[in-house]
Ligand binder design. Structure first.
Ligand SMILES: Nc1ncnc2c1ncn2[C@@H]1O[C@H](COP(=O)(O)OS(=O)(=O)O)[C@@H](OP(=O)(O)O)[C@H]1O
Length: 425
């Protein structure tokens, strides 16, 4: 009887494995085909966003609300948001999508999927319907950053913004979210794979292995830099200094509200523009709590990211100082009050719920391979009709929002369908 059950289980695992290998190969072939066709354009992408086109773009924009004019500045509409992984970037993305839609701004959107062919370096030709000289207001989807390529899409006055997160929290989140997509982690034994890995990372890690960048200095990788540099390599600080020349504002997941207040100030926006619900959060039971020793190991392993984080953390607080600490406190309180009002208006039972409890598929977030750990929301049943639209938009996850913006996500959907077929959760 027991050996029968074991045999059955074994057969299921083998069947899944075979299916997984076949499906992954199909995806890889499709990926290579699409990737190589867009790669061919590389040599021809010399032209930048022409000034005349940028002027034309300005005319089509419905200018943001009167209220900011009283601040003596005019709202910025040209924005590059470098969407880093696992840093609360989806919550910022939702803010940008809403702002862009409201003011009829032109997004540079990905084509066929939700990112710009990540982890390949960014190319203009990856933008949906891109033609030489095209100008856009907002670029904000996942990419591997390449400043020169991005600059071709945007008017010269564009604000460059990004978000960072404590490298330990980021590593923990990424390790959990991507572990089934990173073959290097499959052979880690034991209950606590994260601890096993951190106790001896070099024995599991290989820089050349498939998807290895999810395991080390992911911020460095996302910014188009070498994520395998040791923290004391002089190139690390050189790269950080170069990045600080590129970016006008660096936000922090840990100081999310303060970050939004600085965003509002930098872009001359209103508090209404920065209202948000926390998106893409994991259920708490999926979060591994690291001992101080493991935390130290994680920091050492992600040493380049730690230097990056420390550098911008210092500049962030210097900026808060200039902004005014009391003023910041007041603004954060106001933002909290307005967010809490929106929660009462929009969200059934006031908070996030497990994926299986989400009643409307429009609000179901994308889940990692093999599990449903990402929380989402139910929209209030008896919602005030005046707030229905704004609530729907605030609650819409990245994939569905991209679809609403007109992106045909066939590759993402195919991948989603395959992962769900192999791992029924
Ligand atoms: N407002 C706010 N403040 C602080 N932290 C936040 C916020 N919004 C999202 N999060 C946390 O960010 C993690 C998801 O990051 P991303 O949206 O960038 O992920 S993704 O790369 O787009 O998949 C995810 O972290 P983990 O839960 O640790 O995985 C979210 O909980």
């Amino acid at each position: 009887m027991m050996s029968g059950i074991k045999g059955n289980k074994c057969a299921i695992v083998i069947r899944r494995l075979i299916l997984w290998v076949i499906l992954t190969n199909i995806i890889l072939v499709l990926y290579c085909l699409t990737n190589s066709s867009q790669g061919k354009n590389r040599g021809s992408q010399q032209s930048t966003c022409a000034l005349s086109v940028a002027e034309l773009l300005k005319k089509n924009v419905s200018m943001p609300s009167e209220s900011t004019k009283s601040q003596g500045c005019s709202p910025k509409v040209n924005i590059m948001f470098m969407k880093t992984h696992k840093t609360a970037s989806s919550t910022i993305l939702n803010i940008l999508f809403r702002f862009g839609e409201k003011h009829k701004l032109k997004f540079a959107l990905p084509n066929g999927r939700n990112d710009f062919f990540y982890p390949s370096p960014f190319l203009c030709s990856q933008v949906k319907d891109y033609r030489l000289g095209d100008c856009f207001n907002i670029v904000c989807n996942h990419m591997r950053f390449d400043h020169r390529e991005v600059a071709k899409l945007l008017p010269p006055d564009a604000a460059y913004i990004t978000i960072l997160r404590d490298p330990v929290a980021l590593f923990e989140s990424s390790f959990h979210y991507y572990h089934r997509a990173v073959p290097l982690t499959w052979r880690i034994d034991g209950e606590n794979k994260l601890a096993e890995f951190l106790n001896n990372p070099q024995s599991f890690y290989s820089a050349d292995a498939f998807n290895s960048f999810y395991l080390r200095n992911m911020l460095f990788f996302d910014f188009g830099l070498d994520n395998n540099l040791e923290a004391d390599d002089p190139r690390v600080m050189r790269d950080i200094r170069n990045l600080s020349k590129r970016f006008d504002l660096v936000l922090f997941a840990e100081y999310f509200e303060e970050s939004l207040v600085l965003l509002k100030d930098t872009l001359c926006w209103t508090t209404e523009d920065i209202l948000y619900f926390k998106l893409n959060a994991r259920r708490s039971s999926s979060v591994s709590h690291l001992t101080p020793e493991l935390r130290a190991r994680a920091l050492q392993w992600n040493g380049a990211d730690w230097r990056l984080y420390q550098h911008f953390n210092a500049t962030f607080w210097a900026r808060v100082e200039t902004y005014g600490k009391d003023r910041m406190k007041q603004e954060v309180n106001e933002l909290r009050r307005r967010n809490s009002e929106m929660r009462d208006i929009c969200i059934e039972d006031g908070g996030a719920v497990e994926a299986h409890k989400i009643q409307d598929a429009r609000f179901l977030p994308w889940q990692p391979v093999g599990e449903s750990s990402i929380l989402g929301y139910n929209i209030r049943k008896n919602i005030d009709p005046n707030f229905r639209k704004i609530c729907e938009k605030m609650l819409t996850p990245e994939i569905q929002y991209l679809s609403d913006l007109g992106v045909n996500l066939w590759l993402t959907r195919l991948w989603g369908w395959l992962k769900d077929a192999v791992f029924i959760v």
